[in-house]
Each structure stands twice: as structure tokens, then as C-alpha cells.
Ligand binder design. Structure first.
Ligand code: CTP
Length: 450
């Protein structure tokens, strides 16, 4: 019996897939189809897949062409499968010509002509295109624009700088008012100065636009909560854009801890500092959303008390360094944030059985370790990081709008509100803030908008 194997994502199954499968089957007597798992696709940088692995497997099975359907989960699996299933022919579309010649060592490799004029990407893009407007202009926005190109179904249509003077070149056309921007788009990425974000978000939601808002979304808890309430009332999507929350490694790290791998977490310590890129709003507002993320994620937002210590800029009085300590029932946490101060940007989460160590810069993590007293039990984890998490952040936002479903987010409304509440308490002095004085004379900090 001649066995043939082929692989693909088979998202939104179309006639190109059907033709390919038919022709693959005709090459032999028995056809095995490997359907690529979402994780493996993400690792390859394909993050927009619409259907779940189960749905895609079911769709391929329902065609009745394949004799066997299996998931494809790791690099190198093709070689394993060819050997284990005793495969004679590996078949794949001509768009992959040359790419799989290395499999000739194990079986015959056949490239089949691709059907012209159809692809899953095309179908995904055909689904509700989202016209996205941007408010603000900064280095992070230029990264956002670059990353948005990897997300199908999102078109950046215009940008309103709202007073920011960062030069974005001709990456996007600019308009000179928020109203003009709102007239052109279905959704808005709000990334202007932190103190202006809440008002911009409110205007955009009132105008019926979905909002992805840079973090902090507001400088008081009440304002943050009001944005969520307004979005709910209007049936719109409102997401906090804290990129690390969308990174695969961070998400896996969270699941692993919640599943009890290190026992009960008793301490979270996170550090985020930068000398080159400081937020003009100070280090707590600039870095606090990321630094507090693992704390609120692992220990919740119901801390018993929080206190801070800050060192201030001679130039404009903003905090160049802040340390915040939290006391929880049965646990404690702290974060250090600095703009113009440098420290080891690591994350340590200690638990009753072991701890998690994420090396610097932990907020751009693709790697972490779970460590135990018996070091032979230590485990290391690697996950692909797509554009610092920005690509996934945009993709989740787009998918939530298109599918009209509640997403499975690692950053909850409660956490977003708690962060704004922490900033509010710090600024209003309703929490203890120890004054460490002014930074040393002669310190120079280069300012970049967050
Ligand atoms: N295929 C084909 N003709 C098409 C589209 C896909 O023959 N018009 C083949 C591919 O070459 C591959 C298999 O179908 O062998 C599965 O491809 P997949 O990547 O799942 O489909 P695409 O439509 O190419 O998906 P995407 O746009 O996401 O790359």
C-alpha cells in the first residue's frame, strides 16, 4: 500500500485545499493529513488563524478524502511521521517548492500545483476589514505600525499626533483632529500622552469606535472603570495595550503558576528599567503597567497595603526611580521601575515548592525557568515572541472585534482598574510615598515618549 502524507493549517477550508488533498490522495492508496496546531503556527509566526485546531481537523475529516488526520505540533515532526507511518510520498503545494527537499532522504517529495486565486489569508482578510486610526506619535507607535502589517484584517488608515512631535516619516497619513480621525476608522489605538488617554477613549467610544488603549488607560480607577462600562454599554471592544500580557511565554508562565507548579506563590519581584527610553510622565506611569502585571496576575488586586519610595528628576520633578511594595494576605510583592536608572530587569516569583526565574529583560520574554531546591527537577521553557507581544496584542483586539466574542485575555478589567488606582493613590498621596530626594547632579536622561 502506497502511503501519502501532507500538511497544512487548513484554516477556513477552501477549494484550493480540497484540490490539493484530492491530488495528494491520487498519488497513492492511503492519505494522512497533518493539521498544524495553533501553537506550532504561532511559533512559525502565523498568528491569525481563525479556527481552532479541533475545528480545522473536523473540517478536513468531514471532506472524507483523508484516511487519517493528525495534529502537527513540533519542528521535525514530519521526519518522525514519515518514519512512524512508513510513508512513501510527502506531498505539498507548489508554494513550498524546494523547501522540503530535505525530506527526500526519507521518502519521495512531490510538489503539487497550487490553485490560483484563493488562500486562507485572502478569506481572513475578506472577513470584516478593520480600519484602525492611531492617536499619538512615538517610537512605540512606529513599532505598532510595523507590527500591524503582520496581522491580517487590520488596516491603519490615519494618525492624529495629538501634540506629539515624534517623526514617523511617511508610515501613515496624518490628520489634524480627533474628529477627522474618527470619521475614517472603525477602531482606534489610543497612545497619546497618559493624561489625555481617558478623554480620547471616551470620545472614541462615544463615537462608536472600538478602542485599544495604551497602558495606563487612565490616571484614576474611576476613569478606567468608566471606560469599561461605556464600552459595554455601547457593545464595543475596549482593551488595555500592555504588550507583555499578550506574549505567549508570559501567558504560559501564568498558567503554569496557576496550575500549582511552584506551589502557592508567596512573593513576586519585578524590575523594569531603562536608561535610553524614559517616559516624560515619569517611571511609575511609564513602566508601572508592565512591572505590576505579574504581581496583579499572580497575587490578585486585593492587596492589604502598598507603599512607595521615589527619587525625583532635577529637571522636571518626575520620578526617575520608584519602588513599590505590596502586602497581601500570605504574600508580598515589589516592583522597581526606573527611567535613567539601570538594574537587572528580572522577574522572580517565589512559591512554596519552587520559583520561577525570568531573566532580563523579562517583559520581552521568550524564555523562563522553573527552579527547585533539587536542581535536577529544574525546567526551562522557550516560546516564540512575536514583536514583543505587540503583534498578538493587535491580533487579539482584531479577533475580538471580528468574532464578537469575549477573548481569553491575561489582563483583566480588574487589573487595569487596579493599576490606574495605584497610580491615582501615588499621585494623590493617599498611599505612603517615601521621598528619596533628587537624583544626583549632572545626571542626564534622554526623554522619549512612552
Ligand atoms: N494550497 C493550494 N492552493 C491554494 C491554497 C493552499 O494548493 N490556493 C495548499 C498549500 O500549498 C498547502 C495546503 O493547501 O499544501 C495547505 O495550505 P495552508 O497554508 O493551510 O493554506 P493557505 O490558503 O495557503 O493558507 P495561508 O493563506 O494562511 O498561508
Amino acid at each position: 500500500m502506497k502511503k501519502v502524507i501532507t500538511y497544512g493549517t487548513f484554516d477556513l477550508l477552501h477549494h484550493g485545499h480540497v484540490n490539493l488533498l484530492r491530488r495528494a490522495k491520487e498519488l497513492g492508496d492511503y492519505l494522512i493529513v497533518g493539521v498544524t496546531s495553533s501553537d506550532f503556527d504561532k511559533n512559525r509566526g502565523k498568528i491569525n488563524v481563525k479556527q481552532s485546531l479541533m475545528d480545522r481537523i473536523e473540517a478536513v475529516k468531514a471532506l472524507g478524502i483523508a484516511d487519517e488526520v493528525i495534529p502537527e505540533e513540533y519542528y521535525g515532526q514530519k521526519i518522525d511521521d514519515i518514519r512512524n507511518y512508513d510513508v512513501d510520498i510527502f506531498a505539498i503545494g507548489s508554494d513550498w517548492r524546494g523547501h522540503f527537499d530535505y525530506l527526500n532522504e526519507y521518502c519521495q517529495v512531490v510538489y503539487l500545483d497550487r490553485t490560483e486565486g484563493i488562500s486562507s489569508t485572502q478569506l481572513r482578510e475578506g472577513h470584516n476589514h478593520i480600519a484602525l486610526g492611531i492617536v499619538g506619535a512615538s517610537r512605540d507607535i512606529s513599532k505598532f505600525i510595523a507590527e500591524s502589517k503582520y496581522v491580517s484584517g487590520i488596516d491603519i488608515v490615519a494618525l492624529f499626533p495629538d501634540g506629539d512631535d515624534y517623526d514617523l516619516g511617511d508610515a501613515v497619513s496624518q490628520v489634524d483632529s480627533l474628529e477627522a480621525l474618527l470619521a475614517e476608522c472603525d477602531a482606534v489605538y489610543v497612545a497619546n500622552a497618559p493624561e489625555r488617554r481617558h478623554a480620547t477613549t471616551t470620545t472614541a467610544l462615544e463615537a462608536g469606535k472600538h478602542v485599544l488603549c495604551e497602558s495606563p488607560v487612565a490616571l484614576t480607577a474611576a476613569e478606567a472603570a468608566a471606560s469599561f462600562a461605556l464600552a459595554r454599554e455601547k457593545g464595543l471592544v475596549f482593551h488595555e495595550a500592555v504588550k507583555t500580557a499578550y506574549a505567549l511565554a508570559f501567558s504560559r508562565l501564568t498558567l503554569l503558576i496557576k496550575s500549582g507548579m511552584i506551589g502557592t506563590p508567596v512573593s513576586v519581584r519585578s524590575t523594569c528599567t531603562s536608561q535610553a527610553f524614559a517616559s516624560p510622565a515619569g517611571s511609575l506611569i511609564g513602566w508601572g503597567p508592565i512591572a505590576s502585571l505579574p504581581i496583579f496576575e499572580m497575587l490578585g488586586t486585593n492587596y492589604l497595603s502598598a507603599s512607595a519610595a521615589s527619587l525625583y528628576s532635577r529637571k522636571d520633578g518626575t520620578d526617575v526611580f520608584t519602588k513599590v511594595d505590596f502586602i497581601y494576605e500570605g504574600a508580598c510583592a515589589s516592583f522597581e521601575v526606573g527611567s535613567g536608572v539601570k538594574s537587572e530587569g528580572e522577574l522572580v516569583i517565589a512559591g512554596t515548592k519552587g520559583y520561577v526565574y525570568v531573566p532580563s529583560p523579562w517583559w520581552k520574554t521568550d524564555y523562563f525557568e522553573v527552579r527547585f531546591e533539587d536542581f535536577s527537577s529544574n525546567k526551562r521553557y522557550f516560546y516564540q515572541l512575536n514583536g514583543e507581544g505587540i503583534r498578538d496584542e493587535i491580533s487579539v483586539f482584531a479577533k475580538t472585534i471580528q468574532d464578537g466574542k469575549k477573548p481569553n485575555l491575561d489582563i483583566t478589567e480588574e487589573q487595569t482598574v487596579a493599576l490606574s488606582g495605584l497610580i491615582e493613590a501615588y499621585r494623590a498621596g493617599t498611599m505612603t510615598v517615601h521621598n528619596l530626594g533628587l537624583e544626583a547632579k549632572g545626571t542626564t536622561i534622554s526623554f522619549f515618549q512612552n
